[in-house]
Write a protein that binds this ligand. Sequence first.
Ligand SMILES: O=C(O)CCC(=O)C(=O)O
Ligand SMILES: [Fe+2]
Length: 219
Amino acid sequence: MDHRLWTFFYLYPMNQQLPMFSGEPSSHQVPLKDGLLEYYPQFFSTGEADTLFRELTQDIHWKQESMKMYGKTVLFPRLMAWHGDAGSAYAFSGTTYTPEPWTPALLQIKEKIEPPAGVHFNSVLLNLYRNGKDAMGWHADDEPELGANPVIASVNFGAARRFMLRYKQDHTLKYELELQHGSLLLMKGTLQHYWQHQVPKTARLLPSRINLTFRVINP
Ligand SMILES: O=C(O)CCC(=O)C(=O)O
Ligand SMILES: [Fe+2]
């Protein structure tokens, strides 16, 4: 099927509140060219998501990190934190991050997402987007320590934001969804080889949003 048709087909039901008749949260498979997304709009109940959002906002030591670009120090337009098993150090944009230990809230989330993800995660990168001006530019999660075809589990709390994907070799091939409060997005297969993703800035006045990407870091 034409890719734009897929986009329309999947985007429509994704924003609906689907009734859940079984105990399992419902999900949508998005079979992209050379990659796979699986979206669970209401993976956490609203009550659970509200509590986790509050706990993470308060308990994480959020920091504005910087990176060197063309000899200049540039602040990332968001706050970040890195948690995980001791020994899962992670190099990102020229800096090596040593993880803080797991907190009860992080362990609670990790235990709940591991069955659908089918892997045991040893680390999580946290990003706090303070308002619509905070963002993340185009990139792929393709650092060598993530291995060839990583499963990355992205968990979202707070303001809903656009999550855009583009095919690396043909930017007209695109997909986009709005990541909701309490949702889980699994990125799988060869997605990180062939696709980039971003969370764009918006002029809309938005409250804060927390995204967690659970990862398996190979030593
Ligand atoms: O905030 C998001 O939804 C994306 C986060 C992301 O791409 C990353 O942490 O690598
Ligand atoms: Fe990413």
